[in-house]
Write a protein that binds this ligand. Sequence first.
Ligand SMILES: N#Cc1c(-c2ccc3ccn(Cc4ccc(CN5CCCC5)cc4)c3c2)n[nH]c1N
Length: 241
Amino acid sequence: MTMRLDYLSIFPAYFDVLDISLLGKAAVNGLVEVHAHDLRDWTHDRHRTVDDTPCGGGAGMVMKPDPWGEAFDEIIGTEPDSSVHVIFPSPSGAPFTQSAAQELSSAVRIVFCCGRYEGIDHRVIDYARSMWTVHEVSLGDYVLNGGEVAALAITEAVVRLVPGFMGNPESLAEESFSAGQDGLLEYPLFTRPVSWRGLDVPEVLMSGHHGRIAKWRRDESVRLTCERRPDLTDSDFGVPH
Ligand SMILES: N#Cc1c(-c2ccc3ccn(Cc4ccc(CN5CCCC5)cc4)c3c2)n[nH]c1N
């Protein structure tokens, strides 16, 4: 089943990058189909206006609802369909997580609505909720200038989980932020040369002793998680008290 991805933005060129790298291969293999659209194509004035001043006052500009509605009609349709997932990246969205990526990886259709300025007229989101399955999500607690970079990040997180996309699915099993790693951060990785600029690969990794290697990796994951992500630790990580 091909996953169709649509991107609505006033900077559709952001999504040219999706024609290369792994995603390009997936498109070639028919796993995903990518369509980027310029929101200004659904404006009707000489200046192709997409924004206006905020009702009630306040700084900046707000994206007008009209172009979004007309774009939705043409790109998605005018009939409700809960199988269509519409994603609004937003500073006030729910944190985007690996489990959300996992859920979306089975979607047949995802439409990314990339806002700019101070954001999109809220009626656009309310209308979308009445028609499709809507996700208002944030990448994290830092401020971006628009939704495009978030849409790219979410795309990569989702598409790499689509069955048949990754060459070696085993590599997905051991990843951080997934059950395979007990929710711990990943251990440090090394490859050849064994000695590099006076820095050596930890001896245990060259020992060939799989039990010791597994213990070293687990210990490193626990250490890193306790240091960097205490929010991910819980009482029974097996961390010695
Ligand atoms: N995902 C994601 C995001 C975004 C994101 C996503 C989508 C849009 C559309 C427009 N912007 C710009 C912007 C930036 C800040 C504000 C907040 N206001 C400013 C002054 C009073 C509050 C409003 C809009 C966006 C930013 N930022 N950070 C993330 N993790």
